[in-house]
Design a protein around this ligand. Structure first.
Ligand code: HEM
Length: 122
């Protein structure tokens, strides 16, 4: 019988040297494969500790890729375990809203300087 892992256990394996992903409720240790991946390491690493089924299927990987994938299987997901809520998307939103906030301040300063220049010119 294969090992069963909770979503939380899987989510902890999310570093470049220790990368697990879920595809079709099976758990894969792809740590040693990241550097060899023809699609690049980042694209897989982005899904580290998560369910990458949609991403993996959408690319339309070949039968060879599927065989390779099988060789990396280390167990299955305990589907009754509590799912993990990942924060990455929240961070991205915060960063981008911070970015636009900073831009607004820069634009305001520039408007002030241009206005000041013209007012003093007259
Ligand atoms: C997050 C999951 C994954 C994504 C988003 C992804 C994405 C991609 C992309 C975009 C390519 C095309 C590269 C190109 O033609 O320039 C590719 C190719 C490939 N990937 Fe992945 N990949 C994923 C996971 C995996 C895994 C886990 C394996 C195997 C262990 C794998 C094996 C391969 C192989 C062998 C190819 C060469 C083309 C083929 O045989 O289909 N990939 N992948």
């Amino acid at each position: 019988m294969s090992t069963v892992y909770t979503y939380k256990e899987i989510a902890e394996h999310n570093s470049p040297k220790d990368t697990w992903i879920i595809i079709d409720d099976k758990v894969y240790d792809v740590s040693k494969f990241l550097d060899e991946h023809p699609g690049g390491d980042e694209i897989i690493f982005d899904q580290a500790g998560r369910d990458a089924t949609e991403y993996f299927v959408d690319i339309g990987h070949s039968d060879d890729a599927l065989k390779l994938l099988k060789s990396k299987c280390i167990g299955t997901v305990d589907k009754t375990s509590e799912k993990v809520v990942f924060e990455a998307k929240v961070e991205e939103t915060t960063e981008s809203s911070q970015g636009s906030g900073q831009l607004a301040v820069i634009v305001a300063i520039l408007c002030f300087l241009v206005g000041y220049y013209f007012l003093n010119d007259e």
